[in-house]
Design a protein around this ligand. Structure first.
Ligand code: TRP
Ligand code: ZN
Length: 317
């Protein structure tokens, strides 16, 4: 709902953070006669997202070809992400848990400031399966969430709400890390989370553009972004409940997210709207050894990273 540009840009925002006028994201919160200032999300540089993928690939290659729970490649991935966030000024926390007799880790990064009674979270699983490097699943989500967080810091974005970013361990063992996090939140802290946005597989090589059909306000925020760039979307149906938003949803937290498809085949109708190869999986390297940096569609990754930023910025004001 782009209305008009006020012409005031944040001094800190060297990266085009334009101030727009729009009504608030909560339906009915602001009457049309009293618009609230909204800072548009900056563009997320896809080259930076890809640089994180290159690092995750190198980590896998140096550690037996994977970044799986309980393996050295997982911890190295966590250390890489944490170091970037610490250098950028985030408050990071490592949460340990045990799964399949091995230690697992979640990484939580809080951006100082904002109303901690209204927390907007964005997260992704950082572990791969043991059969490959897990670059589309889920280096893509992990790298895009990381670059969005680093862009928050780079632009010194100071939203009304509090921002928290998360990288989950042991998703591939059955959402273990995210469930552990949600189960260990007090009821009060759970109630403070106004929304959780999940990004799991957002650069599939034969991509579709799928939006989770959960919280309507979050879903609309993602839809608005894709409508604005002229890309049709569909409701995500391949894996309802198969990623880290599920524990949040079960706990009553509003959720949403993006997905570009896994082992399901792209139909002729989907090729007509998105291009690509009919009858072939969205990701034919899903959970296999060919899920490398070659297994990513840059256009899909770029669009989804920008949609992620649009949602984080829009929902946190
Ligand atoms: N990480 C998920 C898994 O291994 C990937 C996945 C499959 C997914 N289907 C999904 C993620 C639908 C989000 C939505 O099962
Ligand atoms: Zn997976």
């Amino acid at each position: 709902m782009k209305l008009s540009v006020s012409g005031r840009a944040s001094a800190a925002a060297a990266v085009a953070a334009v101030t727009l006028l729009a009504t608030g994201f909560t339906a009915g919160a602001a009457p049309a006669s009293e618009p609230v200032a909204v800072t548009a999300a900056p563009d997320i540089p896809v080259a930076n997202v890809k640089a994180h993928l290159t690092e995750l690939q190198s980590i896998a290659t140096a550690n037996g070809g994977n970044r799986a729970h309980g393996r050295a490649g997982y911890k190295a991935s966590l250390d890489y992400v944490k170091a970037k966030l610490d250098a950028a000024g985030f408050t990071t926390t490592i949460q340990q848990f045990t799964a399949s007799s091995r230690v697992g880790y979640n990484l939580i990064a809080d951006w100082p400031g904002g109303d901690t009674n209204q927390v907007v979270m964005a997260g992704s699983h950082l572990d791969s399966v043991s059969s490959g490097a897990g670059i589309n699943d889920n280096g893509t989500g992990s790298a895009a969430v990381l670059e969005a967080a680093l862009t928050v810091a780079r632009t010194d974005y100071q939203p009304t709400k509090h921002l928290r970013f998360a990288w989950w361990g042991a998703e591939e063992l059955g959402l273990v890390g995210s469930r552990y996090y949600v189960n260990n939140l007090s009821a009060a802290n759970r109630a403070r989370i106004s929304g959780y946005l999940n990004f799991d597989m957002i650069g599939s090589p034969n991509p579709g553009y799928f939006i989770y059909d959960d919280d309507p306000a979050i879903e609309k925020t993602f839809k608005d972004y894709f409508t604005g760039i002229g890309v049709p979307t569909e409701i995500e149906t391949e894996g309802d409940g198969r990623s880290d938003h599920a524990p949040f949803k079960s706990a009553g937290v509003p959720v949403g997210g993006l997905f570009t498809g896994a082992s399901r085949a792209k139909t002729a109708a989907q090729v007509a709207k998105w291009g690509g190869t009919s009858g072939q999986a969205f990701d034919r390297c899903y959970h296999s050894s060919c899920d490398t940096t070659a297994n990513v569609n840059d256009t899909a990754l770029n669009r989804n990273a920008d949609a992620l930023a649009h949602a984080v910025w829009t929902l946190s004001q």
